[in-house]
Design a protein around this ligand. Sequence first.
Ligand code: NIG
Ligand code: FE
Length: 416
Amino acid sequence: MSASGAEPVPVLIRDLAQVASPAGTASPLRGAELRAVDVVADAYVLCADGRVAEVGPMRRLGPLSGDVVEIDGRGLSAVPGLVDCHTHACFAGDRVEEFSLRAGGATYEELHARGGGILSTVRATRAAGSAGLASALARHRQWMLRAGTTTFEAKSGYGLDRDTELAQLQAIKDGGGVPTWLGAHAVPPEFSETGAAAYVDFLIEEVLPDAAQLAEAADVFLERGAFDSEQARRYLVACRSAGLALRLHGDQFTEAGAIPLAIELGARSVDHLEATGSAGVAALSASEVVGVLLPASALFLGRPMPPARALVDAGAAVALATDFNPGSAYCESLPLVCALAATQLRLAPEEALAACTVNAAHVLARADRKGRLTPGYDADIVLVAAGDWRHLAYHLGGDVVHTVVRGGRVAWTARA
Ligand code: NIG
Ligand code: FE
């Protein structure tokens, strides 16, 4: 391997049982396109300068000159590095106590209303300091990497004050994540008297100018007990004017207008959709907005699954993500999410793969370089510990990730 910082030595992954990649070059994929996966059997992938240089069958592999790191791919298959386009990975502490209470019957919304839930993570995150946040994020990022995630988004939203929101965004950026400003996640205790509208004023006036320098997108929790449609519109319009792309947490518990608002404002995505009915499915499917499905969150909270099959059949662009956070989805594994997609959302493994690679990269405006194993794309690759790549979705909670290559370097491997 080359010294860190220098261009990596070319890497040849040879004798792979399969290389699988979403077909074509367009994004996002929708409807029937989501099933189109190119599979090359008995294959190799050559990476150079951090990019994919060649993909093909072994019989076409020409002679290589100079230094090359060879990886033995026998018995393995390769898929693009996974892209997690919705996480809350920058948090301190945990909520295992609340988890136990929920197991005994308390609901997520009740705990939130009692000042627990998101607000308990806010207390821990405010107390962590910048160094504490950086180390928590680094730990979570390593968990994600071991599960095959080579690109991750992470949201703020556990500071809910100016300094901690900005510290979260800075920690995410420094930790190699794609930062999303989720200032409008919950109303903090300082605004319990004045209310959500006054908190939105504060966010726009006091935090947005600096948050817009750090974040790529803004997000809002549009839900009963959080922010209503008018407050969400005001926040998002201001964020859009400051140059941020828009995302929404919508239809998690109730349909409170997130899909129409996302379409009206040209948002990149609306995420959750567990409560979405047929009118929402029709509207979203006819729009450019990506529906981000979070089945680990629905499972973790014992909620209904989002109408994934109906969305795809109606021609929607969907992505899959973990929603990794301490309250509603303590789960960093996109392979597990793929298994839930196949078993609970009735998506084919091909659809699940496209949803957590190319379509997730599209949500993060990175689909020109990430989400496919095609020459010119970033050399972000997951070696699946099976000769058929579909084990990614099939092996429920198994150790299915064998090796992770990121930017043309081995970033993690199970190989001794
Ligand atoms: O996407 N629903 C709002 N936000 C997160 C949960 C955050 C938390 O519980 O800490 C979600 O589920
Ligand atoms: Fe979320």
